[in-house]
Design a protein around this ligand. Structure first.
Ligand SMILES: [Zn+2]
Length: 128
């Protein structure tokens, strides 16, 4: 059985939910969903406050996401091959178009030349 999470409305926590079959005589008529933390019962899937992947508890907020990606400081990162105008990506490898040798986006290079228009994820300005 696949474990599911709910945002339990009874105890207000995110909990794993347990399903129990409901029988009418010998015929299975449905399932009830039970909060494993407080035991609240939900009579049907429609009534169960399932936690969706995009509705996770707010452990991370949007401000945390860019920080998690900033392994390098801006200064360092912008001297990496990935930011260089000579950096060539094709389906087989990544290479430096200037030295014509294989390289990594994170390599630092003495021949670095910044790309003419570095892309920023969050700004769609038309600065020129
Ligand atoms: Zn609960």
């Amino acid at each position: 059985m696949k474990a599911s999470e709910i945002n339990c409305t009874a105890c207000g926590r995110t909990a794993l939910v347990r399903t129990e079959p409901v029988y009418e005589g010998f015929k299975k008529t449905g399932e009830v969903f039970i909060c494993t933390l407080c035991g609240a019962r939900y009579a049907s899937a429609a009534e169960t406050p399932f936690a969706r992947a995009d509705a996770r508890p707010k452990v991370f907020n949007d401000d945390d996401k860019p920080a998690a990606l900033s392994v390098f400081s801006d200064d360092e990162r912008q001297r990496c091959c990935g930011w260089c105008r000579h950096f060539v990506v094709n389906p087989f490898n990544q290479r430096c178009g200037l030295l014509n040798r294989e390289t990594q986006a994170t390599d630092l290079c003495a021949r670095f030349e910044k790309k003419p228009e570095p892309r920023h994820e969050n700004t769609k300005d038309t600065k020129r």
